[in-house]
Ligand binder design. Structure first.
Ligand code: CP
Length: 312
């Protein structure tokens, strides 16, 4: 019942059996989350540190809730207000937390590769909650899980990933995960936000969002990450919204059912209008809901306690 990896650093390291095992376990935990008592004792004697060196709303709350639903003890660390400002290193910070008998570490960091670096220096299992512009594996798992829930399978499905591909860890993890599960991927957005190396990942590329929507069954729309742009890559947000933003009238014009996703946080009126984000085609809040079950599954399977699924 365990995974082929000790850590969840990136989707790249997972095999298809790992992903399917996570989904099956998440199916069980999703049933637990529908019950009046939404809790199992699976990680009763496990302590998990949520170590966030970068801001987060969804991922942090989702992991904390997943840990509580599994009966784990949790501690939360934020870089702001910590001794990081006094010059303490990442390894020293985490080793001090682990010295207090912590079993697993969930980490978000602004530096790409930080979880791989940490994995070489500590014994505890690490779950990457997003590293720089590299990977966000649990987001990709919950996205793929949510598509599977809607369409039954990923195999042969056409998924468009639209927006700021350049700065998005969600894009790369989604590409790895969806391709492993047999989906076809197109990335779309302005040429300045689509890195040349993405072609090597075997994806289709379009600079025309409307064409991408016509091709796809699912559109995963990404946030414009202005905070990661050292110099402007398009003239104004208004212009971005005009040429690359998705709104309800565009979706209605397609005259087909399609699923709209977004990992959050949304820049409403920029990459996605409110009438599209809140439409019946949007599964954005289902993604958030599924995130708890998927993260429960990841923590449980990495904990080494997955002898039997107690959710049944
Ligand atoms: N989707 C996501 O990673 O959101 P947060 O940055 O709020 O965690």
């Amino acid at each position: 019942m365990s995974l082929s990896v000790k850590h969840l650093l990136g989707i790249k390291e997972l095999n298809v059996q790992d992903i399917e095992k996570i989904f099956r376990t998440a199916d069980n935990f999703k049933q637990v989350l529908q019950r009046p008592i939404k809790k199992v004792p699976s990680l009763r004697d496990t302590t998990i540190a949520n170590v966030f060196f970068e801001n987060s709303t969804r991922t942090r709350i989702s992991f904390e809730l997943a840990e509580k639903r599994l009966s784990a003890d949790t501690i939360n660390f934020s870089a702001s207000g910590s001794s990081v400002s006094k010059g303490e290193t990442l390894v020293d910070t985490v080793n001090n937390i682990l010295a207090m008998k912590v079993d697993m570490v969930v980490m978000r960091h602004s530096a790409s590769g930080a979880p791989w670096f940490l994995a070489r220096h500590i014994d505890a299992s690490i779950v990457n909650a997003g590293d720089g512009t590299n990977e966000h594996p649990t987001q990709a798992l919950l996205d793929a899980y949510s598509i599977r829930e809607q369409l039954g399978t990923l195999s042969g499905k056409r998924i468009a990933i639209i927006g700021d591909i350049m700065h998005s860890r969600v894009a790369l993890s989604n590409i790895f995960c969806l391709q492993k599960l047999g989906a076809e991927i197109m990335v779309a957005g302005p040429p300045t936000l689509i890195p040349k190396h993405i072609r090597d990942q075997g994806v289709k590329i379009s600079y025309d969002v409307r064409k991408a929507l016509e091709w796809a069954e699912v559109a995963n729309v990404l946030r414009i990450q202005l905070e990661r742009q050292s110099k402007p890559l398009f003239s104004t947000l208004r212009e971005y919204a005009l040429y690359y933003g998705i709104n309800k009238s565009m979706l209605d014009g397609l005259q087909k059912e399609m699923i709209i996703m977004h990992p959050g946080p949304i820049n409403r009126g920029v990459e996605l209008s409110s009438d599209a984000a809140d439409s019946g085609q949007s599964i954005i809040l289902e993604q958030v809901q599924n995130g708890v079950a998927v993260r429960m599954a990841v923590l449980y399977l990495l904990s080494g306690k997955a002898e039997s699924v107690e959710a049944g």
